[in-house]
Design a protein around this ligand. Structure first.
Ligand SMILES: *Cc1c(COP(=O)(O)O)cnc(C)c1O
Length: 235
């Protein structure tokens, strides 16, 4: 785990790069939310990042996320960004600010059911597989409209936008076309003025490509390594 000083330095560097990307694309810094992806890092790392001023955290596994939530009473905002199984929905509805990874009507129905039970409205994003990678979760562009139409009728879900995990690459420019594609899809859906649907959120861009994502309209970037350092997959 990195020290406070190391995390602070990473965040400072990241902030100046986010600001520069906003400047280049004529956007305001407050149009972009930085989600600190703390997966595989302990709660102590989360608390250090919070000491540095970060308040929004992302996790890709339900159990790991809930574990960390239980380990602090600080008022942090949590986002579920990884694949979600229907049988785990009950553990996170009401605890997370947003679910980024909804990729089926079946999953949305389960979120609707659980949110109704808890009498709340759950903000979600639809995860899109814009690069059509076989190994990735997410809807294809062809499936989007029908899925949106079905979810728009769910009263305890607020569909807020789209999310994508672009291909891993050493060359961030190569992902620009996928970020453009996600933006185009959201503009397209917005133009249809579907009830209960407002595609204002675009969750795209990670440590390797967040600047290009900001230039293409990201409202939420998800950065892990760039804050907490390389993850140790051995442990
Ligand atoms: C791990 C992860 C990230 C962050 O990846 P980094 O390359 O470490 O910034 C972002 N989004 C999702 C869905 C992830 O699983």
């Amino acid at each position: 785990m990195l020290s406070y000083e190391e995390i602070k330095k990473n965040i400072d560097v990241l902030e100046s790069r986010i600001q520069a990307a906003c400047d280049r694309s004529g956007r305001k810094r407050d149009e972009v939310t930085l989600i600190a992806v703390s997966k595989m890092n302990p709660i102590d790392a989360v608390l250090l990042a919070n000491d540095c001023g970060l308040t929004v955290f992302g996790e890709n596994k339900v159990q790991e996320m809930c574990g960390k939530m239980d380990e602090t009473d600080r008022a942090l905002e949590w986002h579920l960004i990884g694949h979600l199984q229907t049988n785990k929905v009950k553990y996170i509805v009401g605890r997370v600010a947003m679910i980024h990874s909804v990729d089926s009507v079946k999953l949305a129905l389960e979120i609707e059911k659980e949110s109704a039970k808890k009498n709340l409205i759950m903000p979600i994003l639809l995860e899109m597989n814009v690069a059509n990678e076989e190994s990735k979760f997410g809807l294809s562009a062809d499936e989007l409209l029908d899925t949106v139409n079905q979810i728009s009728g769910m009263k305890h879900i607020k569909l807020c936008g789209l999310m994508t995990v672009a291909p891993y690459t050493e060359d961030p420019e190569s992902n620009r076309k996928y970020f453009k594609k996600l933006k185009d899809l959201s503009v397209d859906i917005n133009s249809k003025n579907i009830d209960n649907v407002n595609m204002s959120v675009l969750s795209m861009g990670m440590t390797g490509d967040f600047e290009v994502a900001i230039e293409e309209g990201a409202t939420h970037i998800r950065v892990g390594t760039g804050i907490f350092g390389a993850r140790d997959y051995k442990i």
